[in-house]
Write a protein of this length. Structure first.
Lengths: 353, 353
DNA sequence: TTGTAAGCGTTATCAC
DNA sequence: GTGATAACGCTTACAA
């Protein structure tokens, strides 16, 4: 592989002159520039940016560390990140941690070694050691989706408390009183906040949440388990609140397994929308988060921090969620006699006598 | 930031000794190792792998260049790639080309400059200049999903001809004769092959494909347009074949816009399954491709090539597809009088004696 | 078992 | 306008 030296010899100039041509730096005469460019073309020279990075201490590489790129929410976020990063001349490494803090730490260690300029992190824990690690090595971080204890990073997220509150209100307005919440892991802000929003809405309506709160993982199997447990309760809840998209899918499976249909037998609401492509088939009522914009915003914050040497104060950007009511919510059984099927996209159903 | 030199001074040894400790290379006495490790811990030393890469000519970085990570098919593939790469100590850069060959070339140029060890490419064209670029710089490529003209790369893909053939057979067996195909761009092997499989099945059944073949993009809007056009035909087709998942979504929208329901009014089949999480809601009959395994297999091929200096012959790995028949196919109108609703969501029924 | 010297490919600094 | 020199942080080759 040709190097600056090879190009320099071929063009009859010095290596530094070649460098100047490549980077459009300093003054170069028309003729030397032409000679150099000809040599570059002839040799098929490709600059080695590793060497450049070693000198300049800028790798022009960011990293997106998330729990699972397969989650459509994070896929959209990834795309937002990549588009924004690419537009600014950065490439993006991607890392899946599967909600495993050790895996996260190992990745961060590796990214540090790779001289990654900045990291976009969806932390697996509320007080991530990884943020400290990065901070100690002067690598800026933007934390995505979740709030954390540390104050050493910018944060881009949505208001999970409000989102959950809105969603529960939809159910309350339709007469539901016995609503079970299927929550994520303790200590993850989105999981905690969504339960908090649920409680706030319930309590504001003077309702008890006793025995109605389940906590598990943000996964499909966990959603299945929690929903199965919730449906054993007597009296049975008339509505379920799934705190993320995977949990919602698990809950749907549990309902199906028991031969219960939505919204006839039960209503179901969830956090996170289905992927954009499938919006067509969407049936679930949800609070949607602007994943793509979150990614873009996070990159903007990161680049701003990379751009200036001054240590600006850390910012928390909270983006609005969107409430989308679809066919998965119906009237609660006890009030459905008085008014028919409000809010459901699908047609009215039989009132039980 | 501390360097090997700093660590060496602190531990009272030479830089190379530090290097040996870090890399577990050569013989080191117990005591020096302890001294060095202590110094590393005290200084919070993080090795700079950029410098290492400059010397060793191995960046331990791969790149996944795809059309759109947002397509669930490629998302699964990405996850397969990341898992396999990570297990082997490699990180992965991701790049979206949006089926744009120029964007692809720009990315490849950048990856070359970054000394990427190998590239996993979903090419935007059948004769990608990018593969030549990479080949010329001795960077191995594995082409994913699509066949290409060039013979300078390993290929991992599925048999689109056979897959389409299988799918059309499902329709033919249910009496459909007027089946329209909604195809992708000319010159992309998967697009061409799926149309070829369709034609083969139709012709084998003695049916004409005249006016029934539409070509557009692998996008939702294009699917909408093609389906809308197909539904204008007289007599109207009794079934539609969407050649990828996005096209299928567009086609569904077109059907809905015209007030046609599936499978009552029309049957619909497609290439590519819905994302795993949503399999629950799946209604479409599809040929599914093992995206995750394709990603893993591709990484295996790439690493094998990186591992040995001998130029092994290029391989083409063709993975099997899976036919999944769901509720979106029904009997063709003209035969539905004789037997009701075969092949619906409910399982197989008794063979008529 | 440990150290010396040199170089990977690039660019900052200073000189002409 | 252009060039010589050194340095970024690390490791290969060769000594000791």
């Amino acid at each position: 592989m040709a190097t600056v030296r090879d190009v320099a010899i071929r063009a009859g100039v010095s290596p530094i002159t070649v460098s100047r041509v490549i980077n459009n730096t300093g003054y170069i005469s028309r003729t030397t520039r032409d000679k150099v460019e000809a040599a570059i073309a002839e040799l098929g020279y490709v600059p080695n940016v590793l060497a450049r990075s070693l000198r300049s201490k800028r790798s022009h590489t960011l990293a997106f560390v998330t729990t699972d790129i397969t989650n459509p929410f994070f896929t959209s976020m990834a795309r937002g990140i990549e588009d924004a990063a690419s537009a600014a001349g950065y490439t993006v490494l991607f890392c899946n941690t599967d909600e495993n803090a050790e895996k996260e730490d190992r990745y961060v260690q590796l990214l540090l070694q790779k001289q990654t300029d900045g990291v976009l992190l969806v932390p697996a824990k509320s007080s991530p050691r990884s943020v400290e690690l990065l901070h100690d090595q002067d690598t800026p971080v933007v934390v995505l989706d979740r709030a954390i204890g540390s104050l050493k990073a910018d944060v881009v997220r949505c208001d999970s408390v409000q989102g959950a509150f809105d969603l529960i209100r939809v159910l309350l307005e339709r007469g539901h009183q016995r609503i079970a919440a299927l929550g994520g892991p303790m200590g993850i802000s989105t999981a905690d906040d969504r339960i908090a929003g649920y409680e706030r809405a319930m309590h504001a309506a003077g309702l008890s949440t006793q025995d109605l709160i389940f906590r598990g993982q943000f996964t499909e199997p966990s959603g299945f388990e929690m929903a199965s447990a919730a449906l054993q309760l007597t009296p049975r809840p008339t509505a379920l609140f799934a705190t993320n998209n995977f949990v919602a899918v698990g809950a749907s499976r549990a309902l199906e397994a028991l031969g219960l249909s939505v919204p006839t037998d039960l209503s179901l609401v969830a956090f996170d929308d289905v992927p954009p492509v499938l919006a067509q088939y969407a049936f679930l009522s949800v609070v949607a988060q602007p994943a793509y914009q979150m990614g873009q915003e996070a990159v903007a914050l990161l680049l701003a921090r990379l751009g200036s040497e001054e240590p600006a104060p850390y910012r928390e950007v909270i983006l609005p969620t969107t409430l989308i009511v679809r066919g998965s919510v119906g009237l609660a059984p006890d009030v459905s006699g008085s008014a028919q099927s409000a809010g459901g996209t699908s047609g009215p159903q039989e009132t039980p006598g």
